[in-house]
Write a protein that binds this ligand. Structure first.
Ligand SMILES: [Zn+2]
Length: 110
């Protein structure tokens, strides 16, 4: 599977399976092997943290919120130029580097 989404990209959740549908966020992590991504403020999970004592420092117990990974097919890249979700094309530049390009406005990503 070819992953066209990279860390730092802005994506929009397009699947209705998550209550975050339509929400946009920055990609925090891409896991190509499992085909999942973690997106800022999307699929928030809560974890209870009990008090931990480590080398004299104590961490306050409470609820930690963190982003859970979602399937990469549930997000779509948002073009920074036309500000719309778009399919991404691949274009080879003159020096041979592969660049991602917006299929709607031809803007280059990265
Ligand atoms: Zn575009």
């Amino acid at each position: 599977m070819k992953v066209k989404i990279k860390k730092g990209d802005t994506v929009e959740v397009i699947s209705g399976r998550y209550e975050d549908k339509g929400r946009r966020g920055e990609v925090i992590k891409v896991m190509p092997k499992s085909g999942r991504v973690t997106v800022q403020s999307v699929n928030m999970r809560k974890k209870h943290q009990s008090q931990v004592q480590t080398q004299g420092r104590s961490f306050t117990p409470g609820i930690i919120e963190f982003e859970g990974p979602i399937d990469i097919s549930y997000v779509m890249l948002v073009c920074p130029k036309c500000d719309e979700t778009t399919r991404v094309g691949v274009q080879r530049s003159e020096d041979g580097t592969v660049q991602r390009v917006c299929k709607k406005c031809d803007a280059l990503f990265d």
